[in-house]
Write a protein that binds this ligand. Structure first.
Ligand SMILES: O=P(O)(O)OC[C@H]1O[C@H](O[C@H]2O[C@H](CO)[C@@H](O)[C@H](O)[C@H]2O)[C@H](O)[C@@H](O)[C@@H]1O
Length: 373
């Protein structure tokens, strides 16, 4: 990546900190002194924290700040019509799903398309206040039409009730809490062979007391950080730093680390300006996708065509499953080049809506016998 692009696309490096920071080996010997945070900025309060950390810990915390800043980049130096050199080469490997639409339809011919949609950053734009991440009425109408054509699931880090309160479509499948809380449409699905009544699957239910406890501790611990926000997503917790002054990021990261070191059965990863705290069970959005395909009767089916659209690190678990299965594909929603297992890309929720609308139109044409899907 050229220097300019390195600056431009602090791509969602969202360094996965699955290894609980407490597990960070302090025995690792770092030859150089901790790198300064991007822009060389370290606040006084942060210096105090770094002083108390050993060099390794300081380096680790600083690398957090770099990844925290890059976890949800908000600017691009190139104009919309002139991608940076790196972005152009990235687009060769992750072409626009809109530009490749005809090829996608061709590949899906004779197969059952099943749609999996992330919520934040995919159906709704990223905003400062997580409680105000509303999807547009137009997007809701498009998803409603989509669900009339194909089995459709919402797969979100949000708790299921909360993401349902945003989407408001009872005919969909929902997998909340990063796939750990799955429920089928109320009254069963027209797509499920045998019309099975609504499924309900919660693989992390034994963790509920621990999640409640760590949520309360994080709220208490982080209340000294202005505009930090702790969100209880039932089987997981989010700690938001989008609106926190960068001078306080190290302190916040340290606070999260200090709480989690008491909970070895919880793991920490990073999303878009958010720390995600989840149980260490081997369950994620990818497992939820597989569970839903099985629930729909497509477990060992060769003519199923799953399409997963998402924008964040946790969606990569689903992209990887599709790549491993060699069925369907992932679409990453991003304006910036990012390491991803997705095959295609879309820039933002408005392009997601255009893509979904084209799928609906294509299915309607096939109903009219003009083309087969
Ligand atoms: O899996 P998703 O549906 O994409 O949920 C991932 C996280 O999304 C939310 O946070 C993100 O969106 C917020 C609203 O736009 C934004 O303020 C925040 O900075 C983003 O990280 C949600 O609040 C989290 O709980 C989800 O885990």
């Amino acid at each position: 990546m050229t220097k300019q692009n390195a600056a431009v696309s602090e791509a969602d490096s969202g360094i996965n900190m699955a290894a609980p920071p407490a597990a960070v080996s302090n025995s690792t010997v770092f030859s150089q002194k901790p790198p300064a945070a991007p822009g060389g900025y370290i606040s006084i309060s942060s210096k105090k924290i770094l002083k108390n950390l050993d060099v390794n810990g300081a380096q680790r915390i600083n690398s957090w700040v770099e990844s925290m800043r890059g976890s949800s980049p908000t600017h691009i130096k190139s104009t919309p019509h002139s991608l940076t050199e790196d972005h152009s080469s990235w687009m060769v490997d992750h072409p626009s799903a809109l530009e490749m639409f005809e090829q996608i339809i061709e590949a899906s011919k004779g197969k059952q398309i099943v749609m999996f949609l992330d919520y934040d950053g995919t159906l709704s734009p990223i905003v400062d206040d997580p409680d105000r991440a509303f999807m547009s009425d137009k997007m809701r109408a498009t998803v409603k039409k989509l669900a009339k054509c194909f089995p459709t699931a919402i797969v979100s880090g949000r708790c299921r009730d909360k993401v349902y309160s945003f989407v408001k479509l009872a005919e969909l499948y929902y997998a909340g809490s990063h796939g750990m809380d799955i429920k089928g449409p109320t009254g069963g699905s027209k797509y499920k062979k045998g019309g099975q009544a609504g499924i309900l699957f919660q693989p992390a239910s034994e963790y509920l007391p621990m999640i409640d406890e760590v949520y309360k501790e994080l709220v208490e611990k982080t209340k000294s950080i202005p505009r930090a926000k702790v969100e209880n997503n039932r089987f997981c917790v989010s700690v938001h730093f989008r609106c926190v002054d960068e001078k306080k990021w190290i302190e916040l990261a340290q606070q999260v680390k200090s709480v989690l070191k008491e909970y070895p059965k919880l793991r920490l990863s990073q999303g878009r300006k958010v720390f995600e705290i989840r149980p260490t069970i081997k369950w994620d959005k990818g497992k939820a996708l597989e569970f839903l395909l099985e629930s729909l009767g497509f477990a060992n089916c060769t003519n199923v065509f799953p399409v997963y659209i998402g924008d964040d690190r946790t969606d990569e678990d689903a992209f990887k499953i599709l790549r491993d299965r060699g069925q369907g594909f992932g679409i990453l929603v991003s304006k910036f080049p990012k390491d991803t297992s997705a095959s295609y890309s879309l820039q933002e929720p408005s392009e997601v809506m255009d893509f979904l609308q084209r799928l609906v139109n294509s299915k309607r044409l096939s109903y009219m016998g003009r083309t087969r899907m």
